[in-house]
Design a protein around this ligand. Structure first.
Ligand code: ADP
Ligand code: MG
Length: 498
């Protein structure tokens, strides 16, 4: 889509108009535009300027990410980035054998999965999974009720184990538990829930070991299984991707929220005092959503943050992740409606409603290639209750693109920051050969423009030659099988000949 500055008198004219509701004393400008191009209203121009991510900004973000990682590794609380130890020291190698289960609780659904692993030659012999949605009332109930429900889902699934799956005599079924809520990990198979997020408000779990909660529920049911790994979705994704490719060093989730983890050398973690890792490496969950240094932010970001349940926190996440991009765009459009009468005289209630516009709406609008932007019009009407003409639709698409471009490019800069930090510590081992970043999450998976902007930023920062060595690979639902593989890698029976 072409973009033309509206400052030239040849391309647009302003009408003074007055509208209600709103302070009647403030004159408002409305712009009449021709239909062939997007004209930059002062608000669009300002948005472009405030959201700009030229190379120096990207470089600053990458450098600051690397510096914050170091500070978070040096001391507990040393930086915005918590740099949480996952206690996962052994990643899958491909030689894992046996039957393993995974349980993935990350949002409104939980998934159960079983896999029969056959070692280097046979790899995944058989796999099956099931998905169960969590009844709304359990999201607000007690810890026992929630974990009883999960354990009974697991029990039902385990009962259906067919003859493709084999458990050696004298061993228990082992589970990798992916639990994507803030946890203070205490060992590879235990961790304390700090707080519920994502709409969960279950009483009695915060402050407790979630593995113990699950084990107690299994005991109440007489289900004799053992949790051998507790991980979050980034660590699960890293493990799932590493099983197939030794070059995987980093995993990133770009979904509702965002996080990244990577393989770190134990001797590069000063805050770690008495941790022994036979591999000499361990997985660090950066918790990079909390990064905030030098981000190009707008009044819309600041207002959204102030109205959020966690003001001042998770600023990187609020700039790049799926939960927020639609809301930022809605706030921009609301201001344009109020000040430029973008959608005519009145402002529908829906447009003024937080989170009325979702990131999937932005994505759908950006895929509209029709001349009259019909889809953009109907999505705007459905989601925000606004009637729009073609010029307004073009401005809307331009706003979506500006916010998504900033998000994708900053995510790319964050990835480069992690790789840069790793390269500085191990000259040539990251940029001198193929290095894979495993990626998962609904935003990355579904939003082609976001993916493209992310990749472009990586290439701009690294230059063509080095960028060729950095492969960003979509590892769809890798975290489920990754958790099962970590159960295998951390199995109690690891040294048995199964
Ligand atoms: P989580 O596991 O964190 O809930 P997912 O990885 O399932 O997240 O991703 C869901 C998120 O992905 C949604 O919140 C939304 O922001 C984003 N998303 C889903 N579908 C699309 C789409 N079609 N276009 C853009 N973003 C999408
Ligand atoms: Mg997820």
């Amino acid at each position: 889509m072409s973009v033309t500055a509206a400052t030239s008198p040849a391309v647009g004219s302003f009408h003074l108009c007055r509208r209600s509701p709103g302070p009647a004393t403030i004159p408002r400008f409305r712009m009449t535009v021709r239909s062939t191009a997007v004209y930059l209203t002062p608000l669009v121009t300002k948005l472009h300027k405030d959201c700009a991510t030229p190379l120096p900004v990207l470089r600053h973000v990458a450098d600051a990410m690397a510096a914050d990682m170091r500070a978070g590794l040096a001391a507990e609380g040393g930086s915005d980035l918590k740099m949480i130890l996952s206690y996962v020291d052994s990643l899958p190698t491909g030689s894992e054998k046996g039957l393993f289960y995974a349980l993935d609780l990350g949002g409104t659904n939980f998934r159960v999965l079983r896999v029969q692993l056959g070692g280097k030659e046979e790899r995944v012999i058989a796999t099956e999974f099931d998905q169960v949605s969590i009844p709304k009332d359990l999201m607000f109930g007690t810890s026992e009720e929630l974990f009883d429900f999960i354990a009974s889902g697991l029990a039902k699934f385990a009962q259906k184990e067919g003859n493709k799956f084999h458990l050696p005599v004298g061993t228990k079924r082992e589970i990798g538990f992916t639990f994507s809520f803030p946890v203070k990990q205490t060992s590879v198979d235990s961790g304390i829930l700090i707080k519920w997020t994502k709409g969960f408000s279950v009483s009695g779990t915060a402050g407790r070991d979630v593995v113990a909660c699950l084990m107690e529920a299994m005991e109440r049911l007489g289900l004799d299984m053992r949790v051998s790994a507790l991980v979050n979705d980034t660590v699960g994704t890293l493990a799932g991707a590493r099983y197939w490719d030794d070059a995987v060093m980093v995993a990133v989730i770009l979904g509702t929220g965002t996080n990244a983890c990577y393989v770190e050398r134990v001797d590069a973690i000063p805050k770690l005092q008495d941790h022994v890792s036979s591999s000499g490496t361990t997985i660090i969950s950066t918790e990079w959503g909390a990064f905030s240094n030098g981000l190009p932010l707008t009044e819309f970001d600041r207002d959204m943050d102030a109205a959020s349940i966690n003001p001042g926190e998770q600023i990187f996440e609020k700039t790049i992740a799926g939960m927020y991009l639609g809301e930022i765009v809605r706030r921009v459009l609301l201001k344009m409606a109020e000040e430029d009468a973008l959608f005519g005289e009145s402002i529908p209630e829906k447009l003024a409603t937080p989170f009325a516009l979702g990131t999937p709406d932005l994505c759908a609008m950006q895929q509209d290639t029709s001349n009259d932007l019909q889809d953009v019009g109907s999505i705007l009407y459905k989601a925000a209750g606004v009637e729009s003409n073609l010029s307004a639709r073009k401005i809307v698409v331009e706003v979506c693109d500006t916010i998504v471009k900033r998000g994708g490019r900053l995510a790319g800069a964050g990835i480069v920051g992690i790789l840069q930090k790793m390269e500085e510590d191990s000259k040539g081992l990251i940029f001198g050969k193929k290095t894979v970043v495993a990626m998962d999450g609904g935003l990355y998976e579904n939003y082609p423009q976001y993916r493209r902007y992310l990749r472009e930023a990586v290439t701009e920062l690294l230059g063509d030659d080095i960028a060729k060595n950095v492969v960003i690979e979509h590892s769809k639902d890798g975290s489920g099988i990754g958790a099962a593989l970590l159960a295998a890698a951390n199995s109690k029976y690891r040294d048995y000949d199964l």
